[in-house]
Design a protein. Sequence first.
Length: 108
Amino acid sequence: MDEVLNSTLLSAVRDRLDYLDALVGKADETSKSVLADTVITQMTGAWRELLAAHELDDRGRCRVCSPRRLFGRAACTVWRTAHRRLITDSAERPAAGRHHYRCRPGTF
C-alpha cells in the first residue's frame, strides 16, 4: 500500500511541476503575473520547509544527510541545490567525486 501511495505522491508532484513549467513557457504576461502571485509563495514555503528539515547542526553537519556515525561532514545536497538554484541560478550539477564541494556553516 505504501508503494502505491508513494507512487501517487511522486507522480502528483512531478505532474504539478511539469504543469507549472509548461504554463510559464506558454502563458501571456497577465497569466504569468497571476501565477507569480500564488506560486512564488508556495515555492518559497516549500523551500523553507525543506531547508528547515535539513538544518545544519553546530558542527556544520546536516542532521538528515550526515548521521552521527559519520566522523566527517557529509555534504548536504539539499543546501547545495538551494544555493545553486536560488543564488547562482545555475542548472549545472557541481562536480562530484573524492574532493567534491562540502557544505559548511556560512559557505554553501
